[in-house]
Design a protein around this ligand. Structure first.
Ligand SMILES: [Zn+2]
Ligand SMILES: [Zn+2]
Length: 310
């Protein structure tokens, strides 16, 4: 039996990257402590913030929903949950049901916005569009562009000044990797625990309180806390570029524990330099078609809308 590094109880998890073993009690305590530290050190939340929470109904956003509800009074924050219904068969329907129940349980205002209403088509229908097929766009890349756009716009319209995203350590290290490969600097600038402040931009500041928690641990935490969850991944995930990057990073993590933390920590140094360089440049652009923030003439959302001809 492996014993907990902090008491005599049986360990339920060995953290190779920290060289410790944790029992259930100390594991739960440690995760909460890490989230609080991420929030404090990066100044993610201020008193009086109106926080929109991207609530998919999966393990990570359920954890974040619960956590934010526990600190609501202390920080006097308002929380409004937003679920985006992309239209991905049964997988999404079950998740939305979980999200609704969760928001109700914690007394959080909840809104659902669908691709069908916003874009005119479900994701499944968009992916059958000829122009989309010709451009070889994957379901995940189309979905993430549309989802990010809707989340930002709706959060702003609902009066939020921050948008909480339940990205865990694995998600974030993958995003950093992908932004390197694609050379997507505007996107890279908005990564990290909190996106830069810009009064002129219509981008709501994105905060990521779960940034320091590995995916395996958010899953374990959610299971131990009995969050009602739908098991399984999005059926499209396995075909995405992100999935391949995920495998590479997990492989590195196995032979060199702590790799994910290094990726995040060292990227912050680069991001600091990028933000400074960017500040001296021109003011943020707005999309010619919809008026939302963009780095090009037309935002990625409108580029897709133009492709599908809606
Ligand atoms: Zn213990
Ligand atoms: Zn646009």
């Amino acid at each position: 039996m492996v014993k907990c590094s902090f008491c005599d109880s049986k360990a339920i998890l060995v953290r190779k990257y920290e060289g410790i073993a944790l029992c259930q009690k100390h594991f739960l305590r440690s995760v909460e402590k890490k989230i609080r530290k991420t929030i404090r050190v990066n100044k993610l939340i201020k008193r009086g913030d109106v926080i929109a929470l991207g609530l998919s109904g999966g393990k990570d956003s359920s954890l974040l929903c619960w956590f934010l509800s526990t600190i609501r009074k202390r920080y006097s924050i308002n929380i409004v949950a937003i679920t985006v219904d992309e239209g991905i068969g049964k997988y999404r329907e079950k998740n939305i049901k979980c999200a609704k129940e969760l928001a109700k349980k914690y007394g959080i205002e909840h809104h659902v916005f669908s691709f069908k209403e916003e874009v005119g088509l479900r994701l499944e229908e968009i992916m059958k569009n000829k122009a989309i097929i010709e451009q070889c766009m994957s379901a995940c890349s189309v979905c993430s562009v549309l989802r990010r756009y809707i989340l930002n716009k709706k959060a702003r319209e609902l009066g939020a000044n921050k948008l909480a995203i339940a990205h865990n350590l694995d998600d974030e290290s993958q995003s950093i990797f992908i932004s390197y490969i694609r050379g997507d600097i505007p996107r890279a600038l908005r990564l990290g625990p909190i996106s830069p402040e810009n009064d002129k931009s219509k981008f709501i500041r994105r905060i990521k309180p779960l940034l320091d928690i590995p995916e395996k641990e958010t899953a374990l935490f959610s299971m131990l806390k009995n969050f009602k969850l739908v098991s399984g991944e999005c059926p499209n995930a396995k075909f995405s570029f992100r999935w391949k990057v995920r495998d590479i990073i997990l492989g590195l993590e196995q032979t060199s524990p702590g790799t994910r933390y290094s990726i995040i920590k060292n990227f912050e140094k680069i991001r600091g330099v990028l933000i400074k360089a960017q500040k001296s440049k021109t003011k943020p652009l707005v999309c010619k078609m919809c008026g939302e923030p963009t780095s090009k003439e037309y935002c990625k959302y409108c580029q897709i809308i133009k492709l599908i001809g809606n």
